[in-house]
Design a protein around this ligand. Sequence first.
Ligand code: ATP
Ligand code: MG
Length: 568
Amino acid sequence: MSMHRTSEKIGREPTDESKDRSDFIRTIIEEDNKTGKFGGRVITRFPPEPNGYLHIGHAKSISLNFGIAAENDGECHLRFDDTNPAKEEVEYVQAIQDDIRWLGYDWGEHLYFASDHFSKLYDFAVELVKANKAYVCDLNPEEIRQYRGTLTEPGRNSPYRDRPYEENLNLLERMKAGEFDEGARVLRAKINMASGNLNMRDPVLYRIVKTSHHRTQDNWCIYPTYDFAHGQSDSIEGVTHSICTTEFEDHRPLYDWILDQLGIFHPQQIEFARLNISNTVMSKRKLADLVEDGEVTGWNDPRMPTLTAMRRRGYTPEAVRTFCTRVGVAKRQNVVEMALLEHLVREDLNIKSRRVMAVLRPIRVVIENYPKDQVEELDAINNPEDPSMGSRKLPFSRELYIEEDDFQEDPPKKYFRLAPGREVRLRYGYFITCVGVIKNQIGDIVELRCTYDPQSRGGQAPDGRKVKGTIHWVSAKHAQRVEVRLYEYLFKSVESDGKIELISNPNSLETLRDCMAEPSLIDAIPGHRFQFERLGYFCVDTEDSSPTSLVFNRTVTLRDTWSKIQHR
Ligand code: ATP
Ligand code: MG
């Protein structure tokens, strides 16, 4: 798959989620409020189709619709666009509501389903037939396509276009009564087969679908199309501003046409550019494919761009909301770097999360001059950004684990961590010096022998001597073994001819089963987030973790690539 990319970079200015932000949609609404177009009312809606989980693109639409409603003392409706019984499931209806609530938005009593409006929509269809503005067409889907013409060629009128309205009415009723097979007949608007806009070439309004619906069961065997359901549902609910993405711009003439024929309340459709993000795909269909093909473990696989996955991974709703504000609203498409979202998650977690020490790839260190059975309690700060989070006691003993790559036997210049004969500082602990390396038969390092300076407790030597490196550690006999899952992007983007190609990243998940964490993590529960010092932010997994075997997802690393991208 590929997409064009503009090199535009957004979100440079640090802004908060302030009320006084503006964009072209808010400007239109302000204007409407001034002129009294809708009597000063602002009613928006978020209209998901329950055929998958919400993704970060939806979050932008949610933040926009709910945000605008709140700023104007209005309402934002949650309306499920459930007009396609073949693809929709109750599971998604529930999950979508959970995700919107998680983001921090509330529709109050305004929960609707397009299917709530099916009777009214049918009455509207009858009205159009009676006004000779719609007809029953017996062409099959393939024939309808052929008759439609192309962008350069006008379409041809259906041979059924001039049926008398009584016949249309009769056939529509019989379609509704289930007399015909799927695909045998459709109801079409009678507009203009020569229109430059393909959507206006007698679009289909109703089709026969003999599938049970998750809400209306078998009450209906004809279902309205998106174009027929959407505008009329907006109208029935009194939506004033129907905000959607730019692919619906060409549908607006149809949206307006139907409302005008019916002479009912006419909301204003406004389009904005959908959110695209680097290194991932966003359409529900593609995400569903990843799930079905087993490329990921489910919609909530922490690598997915869905809200349920981001929550599981440890992203905070605050960071996602700030992200939606920062990317802003515009007419023009662009691609936003995932690094911006990660940057905002990092900023939020920096303030909120407790620091702990954990070693992902442990190597044993024995401190030869430390008394065998001695255990000391060292003081460690929980969050230097927030003194109110206090401190904790860290046990220190003769045997420790440190990170495998904090030691090099033959270090390059400028390597300031542990090496034979070199001294480093253990975070909150002592200075240690490496005095020996123990290997197994095949030459792998299995243990480091060190000595410590008893005078350097707390990380300062009395003689003022300096060490450059500070590394993290855990006491071996106090450590608990935990599983850690590290993530990279699901896709790598490769640029060729100014186009970005996404190719699947085989390293998107790395599972480490023998990580060692400090004992204070004993009280960690699913959903808790921590900073593992020097390694990133981690969240206890909500699916696979148990009190006896903790599983952590790395939410983000500590390395902020956003600042680099920003200044590139
Ligand atoms: P997808 O293409 O991912 O399946 P969709 O548009 O079919 O998305 P819907 O459930 O119909 O999904 O979307 C509900 C609302 O969310 C619509 O108003 C749609 O315009 C908006 N939306 C979907 N994707 C994005 C996106 N990437 N950026 C902004 N808004 C989006
Ligand atoms: Mg859709």
